[in-house]
Design a protein around this ligand. Structure first.
Ligand code: ARG
Length: 401
């Protein structure tokens, strides 16, 4: 396996030296991710001394997941001080939102020899709150033939070196594990159950060098979840898009509790949800940001930011500021004191349910969200960011296209 890593390092280094214009432009046989697509908005480019080395995925505002081999070097783990991630752009050379990495946590049982447990966590210097993190596939039962998607800034050539500037994506299928391990086994590479194979046995579509550490996602009831991390693949002769050697991905589901022991997502934030469900109300202690969310008598509105940087909007009933009857995690919103929540009365969308309808607008920005809350069961829904503009005039807010 060492030879693959050596080869991949050589390939990366030789970008400038080898220009092969005869090959097709592919992730391997993928397409460019459209600028407006939100499907991969949480994807990160992992940089070492400012240069893209691997992909990564934002899984909590201050945490990213990548492959262990991306942050490994001869004598251990690459120091956090030379690593950073770029977020919020599909263009790899866009250096605008680069956040330093402050801690690298490699899975303790990562094996360089057989690339088992190829997963690592990166703690970011500051929370990335402009995009929603991708959720982890908890109990993924991967069925042969199921659809999966991979994206990255990795090599697009099966025979040379051609790195894209724009993020590329490709659709894959889950490959039968036994068939895949037989094929690799014949070359002396033994797959473990911390891995799964995805792609095509004919090698037509694949991930490649430079995509490592990046996401493989699968659809769930709404949206996608992070099911795999790009790990390795290919034969001795052909590293990507090789027939009978589909890509190998780290199975994220096997690491969810390890990940959450660091990100703390479960302990703090899910227990809030459970308490709300069982008791109907919950006294939250912590730091509240008080923002100007009046206009919704007799409820209060708070924005609460947890230590891990997640933002929740909470609803409470006067006079007790601790009696929270509903909450909802807020994504895609950079918390600012000038956000305004404006009551539009009850049931403006006319769906007949007794509830509040609000609009959350970012003053001096074009961000508009519609919120609705059902007091009885304490649930709140945020719409997607609405594609409207607005003007605030005295007590009315007027929306236009
Ligand atoms: N190890 C590679 C990297 O460092 C990823 C290889 C994926 N290979 C494949 N044939 N799917 O970028």
């Amino acid at each position: 396996m060492k030879i693959f890593q050596l080869l991949s390092a050589l390939l990366l280094l030789s970008t400038a030296l080898m220009a092969d214009n005869t090959i097709n432009l592919r992730i391997i046989n993928g397409t460019k991710v459209p600028q407006h697509s939100s499907q991969w908005e949480w994807i990160l480019s992992l940089r070492q001394n400012g240069e893209h080395i691997c992909g990564a995925s934002l899984i909590a505002p201050q945490w990213a997941v990548t492959a262990a081999h991306c942050i490994s070097e001869d004598n251990g783990v690459v120091p956090a001080s030379v690593l950073s991630v770029m977020s919020g752009s599909y263009h790899v050379n866009n250096g605008r939102s680069v956040v330093p990495v402050t801690q690298v946590i490699r899975y303790p049982q990562y094996s360089e020899v057989d690339v088992d447990n190829d997963i690592a966590l990166l703690r970011l210097a500051s929370a990335v709150t402009a995009v929603a993190p991708i959720s982890l596939a908890n109990n993924a039962t991967l069925q042969t033939g199921d659809p999966a998607f991979v994206a990255g800034w990795g090599n697009m050539s099966t025979t040379g070196v051609e790195f894209p500037n724009d993020l590329m994506e490709v659709d894959l299928k889950i490959i039968d594990f036994n068939e895949c391990s037989r094929s690799y086994g014949a070359e002396g590479i033994f797959l473990t159950h911390n891995m799964f194979c995805a792609g095509y046995m004919d090698g037509s579509k694949d991930s490649c060098q430079g995509d490592s550490g990046g996401p493989l996602i699968t659809p769930k009831s709404s949206g996608y979840e992070l099911t795999g991390v790009v790990s390795f693949g290919g034969s001795e002769e052909q590293m990507c898009g090789a027939a009978n050697f589909p890509g190998i991905y780290t199975k994220v589901a096997n690491y969810v509790s390890w990940i959450e022991s660091y990100t703390g997502v479960l302990q703090r934030e899910i227990s809030l949800e459970n308490t709300l469900k069982t008791k109907g109300s919950y006294a939250v202690s912590g730091t509240f940001g008080w923002y100007d969310f009046e206009n919704v008598p007799p409820a209060f509105d708070w924005v609460y930011q947890t230590q891990s940087g997640r933002i929740f909007q909470l609803q409470g009933k006067a006079p007790s500021e601790h009696d929270v009857f509903g909450w909802k995690e807020v994504y895609g919103i950079a918390l600012q004191p000038q956000w305004k929540m404006i009551s539009l009365g009850s049931d403006i969308d006319g769906d007949g349910t007794t509830k509040f309808d609000w609009v959350l607008v970012g003053v001096n920005t074009d961000a508009v969200y519609k919120l609705s809350g059902v007091r009885e069961n304490g649930t709140f829904q945020y719409s997607d960011k609405l594609n409207v503009r607005y003007i605030i005039e005295e007590s009315v807010i007027r929306f236009y296209e």
